[in-house]
Write a protein that binds this ligand. Structure first.
Ligand code: PLP
Length: 368
């Protein structure tokens, strides 16, 4: 292994392939790759370019700063940002050609009053059950009327209408879908027919054809991970894009009874060979996975012993021929024999999204 000591190796071909796979499955006229949170930890600009190569024609971001950063990086594709600082100023984003997701009447007015050079393009975000952001059903009549007025006045254009599913259950998603359809209907009554109606994220894309509309917003699936509990990447035809790896920093044999790592939560029951792996919770390796996780070295999995520390963790390697400098893989594509991000999620009591997104800044992203 010749890369940096702490490496998140990102397979850009996997990202392009995942987008192509999901886009053909969706069959929608448009597909948005969601590259918020630094591309789910993979690097936003690189992920965005690979996703566009794979057939995405929109990019989704949480906030304006993320979108503007991508523009500064030279990414020119259509972009949408939907979660705003209460003090957000929209002008720079509008002039950078970034569409604005609008969740309140105040935001709608602020966009119209932004005094931008370019015509603002908004996507009305309607609340259909998640209880997060979006216009509540009781606000729809006033907000849609105002949007129609502003559109007729030439102050903005309503390009899209959107909502987001809870994935709580099939019934709950059906209820949300019905609410979304009511919003579409009411919009039409107000003379607004947005060209982009969008509801489905990755989960909706793969399991709810009726939620696909004109555009799907693909997040976790872009990175090759499954949004569905109990369904693997491979079962969805996706390839995990990130491999988290490092080099073994030390190997030692400890005597029976030796305590391992802080608090001695594990003691060697007999003379034991241990390898020191220089990645820890500062790098996003969840401490909650202490004593449960496994790390692959030399094609074999070895159990993590004791607490995962800030910068390092210890694995038991037994009599496997493990040496200082050997590659240690925490997770990657299980098809290549690596533990998966899904397994780490299970060990840590969380979801695969959190495993990749929290990989820290000390870990160098490399691209192939
Ligand atoms: C993050 C996000 C997505 C992507 O969701 P995935 O489950 O990762 O596909 C889509 N839409 C909205 C509004 C989001 O916030």
């Amino acid at each position: 292994m010749t890369g940096p000591l702490r490496e998140a190796a990102v397979d850009l071909g996997a990202i392009s392939g995942n987008v192509a796979r999901l886009r053909s499955l969706a069959g929608t006229p448009h597909a948005m790759a969601v590259v918020k949170a630094d591309g789910y930890g993979h690097g936003a600009a690189a992920a965005a370019r690979a996703a566009l190569d794979g057939g995405a024609d929109w990019l989704g971001l949480a906030d304006l700063a993320e979108a503007l950063a991508l523009r500064s990086d030279g990414v020119r594709a259509p972009m949408l940002a939907w979660l705003h600082d209460p003090r957000a100023e929209f002008r720079a984003a509008i002039d950078a050609g970034i569409d604005i997701g609008v969740s309140t009447l105040d935001q709608l007015d602020a966009v119209a009053a932004a005094d931008a050079e370019a015509l603002p393009h908004v996507h009305l975000k309607v609340e259909t059950g998640l209880s997060r952001n979006g216009l509540a059903p009781e606000e729809w009549p006033a907000a849609f009327e105002r949007a129609a007025l502003l559109e007729r006045a030439g102050l903005l254009r309503v390009r899209g209408v959107m909502s987001h599913l809870s994935n709580a259950s099939e019934d709950d998603d059906a209820t949300a879908l019905a609410a979304f359809r009511r919003a579409l209907h009411l919009l039409e009554e107000h003379g607004i027919t947005p060209e982009l109606r969008h509801l489905a994220a990755t989960a909706g894309t793969v399991q709810r054809p009726d939620a696909r509309f004109d555009l799907v917003r693909l997040g976790i699936g872009v990175y090759g991970l499954s949004p569905l509990a109990g369904v693997t990447s491979a079962e969805l035809g996706l390839t995990p894009a990130m491999t988290l790896r490092t080099r073994v920093a030390a190997v030692r044999t400890v005597p029976a009874g030796a305590g391992v790592s802080y608090d001695y939560t594990w003691r060697a029951p007999e003379a034991t060979r241990l390898a020191l792996v220089p990645l820890g919770y500062a790098d996003g390796v969840p401490r909650a996975a202490s004593g449960l996780a496994e790390v692959e070295i030399g094609g074999r999995r070895h159990p993590v012993r004791g607490r995962i520390a800030m910068d390092q963790l210890v694995v038991e390697v037994g009599d496997a021929p493990v040496a200082v400098g050997d590659q240690a893989v925490l997770f990657g594509d299980p098809a290549a024999g690596h533990p998966s991000a899904d397994e780490w999620a299970e060990w840590a009591g969380t979801i695969n999204y959190e495993i990749v997104t929290r990989i820290g800044p000390r870990v160098e992203r490399t691209y192939a």
